[in-house]
Ligand binder design. Structure first.
Ligand code: ATP
Length: 696
């Protein structure tokens, strides 16, 4: 029980309207006043005049049960140890489920694009396992909150959308100062628990935004998103040979809310026993808990036998079911294709994830994957490629966007190799790398005598690319006057060489790429609007590596490619620790950084397993700097802090020196090759060698 502190009357509002956030109806920021009151008295105010009961109850839990302070900022390492029962790994969600969830969240992301809302996924313990479009509007503190590995557990940072959804087992939303912890005051957070077929909590879906009065609005979105994800997960993961998809037949029957509109699912084994249900399925059957219906025969619950259901389905007849209280359900009986033995158990914890992955990543010939396992496919790249190749038939200009290193150039090369213009020229122009005054002559060429020294004239890139593809990389860097010339060339399919007067007709498919925010450049007047529309016949956005739901699959795939490329014959696998670092690392350099790191790792690995000490120095230093910066800042938990090589085990300089020695030994003292293998420039390597007193 908690004690109740009465708020002085002069502070109380004079009516019982719903509490307002941020100076609402009465010009009073009620949750703000209540929070200040709690700070002074150590107790939340009584009743629901100031904050919603859900909020005051959460604040009581924070004070009485978790002994938190409202000034609790981010989680400290010791706090996570306490929470995890003496430092054991938090109950993580099954890897297949994590991948499935991340994929579904990724598919939802376009709905939120161009909003200031970030989508989050946490495991059942509240530890962030995936974040989409996270951080751009959230400021430094927000960006720290949405880093993978941070805990949103209510016991750690107080009430919040994700952590409290896990406690209450229902969707929740909090605005600004309704959060117990001041760290969350600049934000609105919303969360939805995601349940497995047996009712076990598998993960948490959440949203965070800097629009701190929008939580209730976002609650509707998160409910629908949660329903879609849960239903999808059920269809992919629930056990059972059959499934019943049910919907209420008579809407006026008395059920309210989303259960009237949404499908409920249950799955059945060969004998007709219920082996799984979604929460909507549970509600439609008027069951409170999964245990009320799991293992029951469908006949006992719905009054029909499995044979009846099979017979109806084989006659193609709809199934009408009557459930208690006279409600009628319309149902579809589905024979599922997946055999039971393939089914994974979502609510089982995945304690040995690193070990599992280490076992699955190996050199060809040592692979522990099933012999008939399908080869990994880069679904994101393939989907973009397929669309682009089709569009190329109509010569539609394409714009490829995404952060540096996500694979824009890689995609263009694939489009060229597999599209209708394969075998024709592919001409690459990096608009940022050519001096401004030369871009015009580079693109359009020049005639002899057009300027001093131009005795012979030059063919421009447009003419070189004739009948093929012209790839304009870093298009956002192009000067405004050149944009005008480019627009003319694109509109007329004609170019005029510098110093010339006769137009030359060209047949060129233009593909442009940029990692800048072109619409923003248009708004600021730095990029021509008409050119933007001209280039943007179709747009492909490649996600950053950290947001890719198939990140681990891609890492594994590229590791295998690297092993092949370097003709390594012995068994080589990434250790569990390295996997964990890779999973948490935000990969600011995206696939480019990943490839460099994998290349260096492989070169450094002397035994069968790649250890943390085999990671390239720049990468280790990045981790180390990040951890240090966070430790120096406000009590934050770094995902990296855990992985920083401990001073007792080895000083960073020693790691660095070992790695360089090893690279130089392997390349017989070749500095360029060593630098390449280490993923650093030659100059950096020389600098480090001098600092560490190393010789070739
Ligand atoms: N999907 C992928 N599969 C395999 N390799 C990839 C993939 N995407 C990118 N890469 C590799 O990553 C590196 C960087 O890719 P790329 O140069 O295409 O990125 P980018 O987005 O064009 O970067 P920038 O904006 O800096 O030019 C290249 O070595 C490329 O081959």
């Amino acid at each position: 029980m908690y004690s109740v502190v009465q708020m002085p009357n002069h502070l109380k509002p004079q009516d019982h309207a719903a509490p307002e956030q941020d100076a609402g109806l009465f010009g009073v920021d009620r949750p703000g006043v209540a929070w200040d009151w709690m700070m002074q008295t150590g107790q939340p105010p009584e009743g629901d005049d100031w904050v919603r009961p859900q909020v005051s109850e959460a604040w009581y839990r924070c004070i009485e049960e978790y002994r938190l302070s409202p000034r609790t900022s981010l989680l400290r390492p010791h706090a996570i140890m306490d929470f995890e029962n003496g430092g054991r790994t938090a109950p993580a969600t099954n890897l297949d489920v994590r991948t499935a969830l991340a994929t579904m969240a990724f598919n939802l992301q376009p709905v939120l694009r161009d909003t200031s809302v970030s989508l989050l996924l946490a495991d059942s313990a509240g530890t962030l396992i995936h974040a989409l479009d996270a951080g751009s509007n959230l400021g430094p503190m927000g960006r720290r909150l949405v880093r993978l590995g941070e805990s949103w557990n209510e016991r750690i940072i107080g009430n919040n959308g994700l952590g409290t959804a896990a406690v209450l087992r229902e969707p929740v939303a909090f605005d600004g100062k309704e959060h117990f912890s001041s760290v969350l005051h600049p934000f609105a957070t919303v969360g939805h628990p995601l349940f497995a077929h047996d009712g076990g909590l598998v993960a948490l879906l959440g949203l965070i935004t800097d629009q701190r009065s929008s939580a209730q609005t976002l609650l509707g979105f998160v409910r629908i998103a949660g329903y879609l994800i849960e239903t999808n997960l059920f269809e992919c993961q629930a056990p059972g040979a059959y499934m019943l998809r049910m919907r209420l037949n008579n809407i006026s029957a008395g059920l309210t809310g989303q259960d009237c509109l949404l499908d409920g699912l249950i799955s059945l084994d060969e004998q007709g026993r219920i082996v799984g249900a979604t929460r909507t399925g549970l509600n439609l059957l008027r069951a409170e808990r999964h245990s009320d219906i799991l293992s029951e025969n469908v006949e006992a619950v719905l009054g029909v036998t499995i044979e009846d259901l099979r017979a109806c389905a084989s006659r193609g007849e709809p199934i009408e079911l009557e459930i208690p209280e006279g409600w009628r359900l319309k149902a579809e009986f589905i024979v599922r294709r997946r055999p039971e033995k393939d089914v994974v158990q979502p609510s089982r914890s995945f304690a040995t994830k690193g070990a599992h992955r280490a076992a699955t990543v190996s050199t060809p010939g040592h692979s522990s994957k099933a012999a008939n396992a399908e080869p990994w496919r880069d679904a994101i790249l393939e989907a973009a490629l397929q669309k682009a190749v089709n569009l190329q038939k109509q010569k539609i200009p394409m714009l490829i966007t995404g952060e540096s290193g996500v694979g824009k150039d890689h995609l263009v090369r694939r489009i060229h190799a597999e599209g209708v213009r394969k075998g024709r020229p592919l001409v690459l122009v990096n608009c940022a790398a050519i001096p401004r005054e030369l871009v015009s002559s580079e693109l359009f060429g020049y005639v002899p005598g057009s300027f001093t020294g131009a005795r012979t004239g030059k063919t421009g890139k447009f003419v070189e690319a004739n009948t093929g593809v012209l790839f304009l990389n870093e298009i956002g860097e192009m000067a405004l006057d050149l944009q005008t010339a480019l627009l003319c060339a694109l509109d007329s399919s004609e170019i005029v060489p510098v110093g010339g007067s006769k137009p030359v007709t060209v047949d060129v498919q233009v593909i442009a790429a940029t990692n800048s925010d072109l619409p923003d450049c248009v708004r600021k007047g730095a990029f021509r609007r008409d050119l933007y529309y001209r280039l943007n016949g179709a747009q492909f956005w490649l996600p950053p590596l950290r947001e890719r739901p198939d990140k681990l699959g891609l890492i594994e795939h590229l590791w295998e490619q690297e092993v092949k490329a370097q003709h390594v014959n012995e068994h080589k696998a990434l250790s569990a620790e390295v996997w964990d670092i890779f999973e948490r690392h935000p990969w600011p350099g995206n696939v480019r950084e990943l490839r460099n790191v994998l290349r260096s790792c492989l070169a450094m690995t002397s035994g069968p397993q790649t250890l943390v000490s085999d990671l390239p120095n720049d990468f280790l230093r990045e981790m180390s700097d990040s951890a240090q910066a966070e430790e120096e800042g406000e009590a934050g938990l770094s995902s990296y802090a855990k992985w920083r090589p401990s001073p007792e085990s080895k000083a960073l300089a020693d790691w660095e020196a070992d790695a360089i020695r090893s690279a130089l030994a392997k390349t017989a003292g070749n500095v360029s090759e060593s630098a390449r293998q280490l993923g650093i420039t030659r100059a950096t390597l020389y600098h480090k060698m001098a600092r560490l007193g190393l010789r070739k």
